[in-house]
Design a protein around this ligand. Structure first.
Ligand SMILES: [Zn+2]
Length: 206
């Protein structure tokens, strides 16, 4: 076998192995940890992007919902905050560690996301109808929930083409979409989002 062919075979093999590893990912030992953050806002940690939770008189709102196999555990953690009152699911972007629970929670709650998040989830074609956003925005959106305004603005050339951070100014919380602003210049230049974020962040929180 020529060296280039061997290298090609190894790359294909490693991709296959990666696929097998992903398919066999075991979530049985993942526990969902709930932490009060500030004001109405709590945070759930399990596996995948952390979940922001607004708890109050209007019920529950979550930002992102991690991987699909964790949905029952997340629901149990939410029930400890407010039984059966999930009204909205907001997605920061379409990746599966942020939208995997959509199909589960979208049966009763309304999913909100940027237009491109819905587009990518439709293209992914494993997303059932109840897992798709029913309210979409192109540039920005404002939501009144639990006596505070939740603001979101689209972040062009962010982590994905539908990336959007959500800000809860009253509670002083930001649930971002892996903007990586604090991590370093390599990622920032890769996603090209820092300048835009700096330009618009003051609009968002003011
Ligand atoms: Zn992602």
């Amino acid at each position: 076998m020529k060296l280039s062919n061997l290298f090609g075979a190894l790359v294909v093999l490693s991709l296959v192995l990666l696929g097998v590893a992903r398919a066999q990912r075991d979530f049985s030992n993942v526990e969902i940890k709930s932490t009060p953050v500030s004001g109405n806002i709590h945070m759930l940690e399990g596996s995948g992007g952390n979940i922001g939770v607004s708890v109050g008189v209007d019920g529950l709102l979550i930002v992102d919902d991690q991987f699909a196999p964790l949905a029952d555990k997340i629901e149990a953690a939410l029930a400890r905050l407010d039984q059966g009152n999930l009204k909205f699911v907001l997605n920061t972007h379409w990746h599966g560690d942020h939208t995997g629970g959509n199909a589960h929670f979208g049966r009763n709650a309304s999913i909100v996301a940027h237009t491109n998040v819905r587009k990518r989830l439709v293209e992914a074609d494993r997303t059932p109808k109840e897992g798709l956003p029913v309210i979409t925005f192109d540039r920005s959106l404002s939501l009144q929930f639990n006596e505070e305004e939740i603001k979101v603005i689209h972040l062009p050339s962010g982590h994905t083409d539908g990336a959007a951070p959500y800000v809860m100014p009253e509670s002083g919380c930001l649930r971002e979409s892996q903007i990586e602003i604090e991590i370093g210049s390599a990622l920032v230049s890769k996603y090209g989002s820092l300048r835009f974020f700096k330009l618009h962040y003051t609009d968002l929180v003011s």
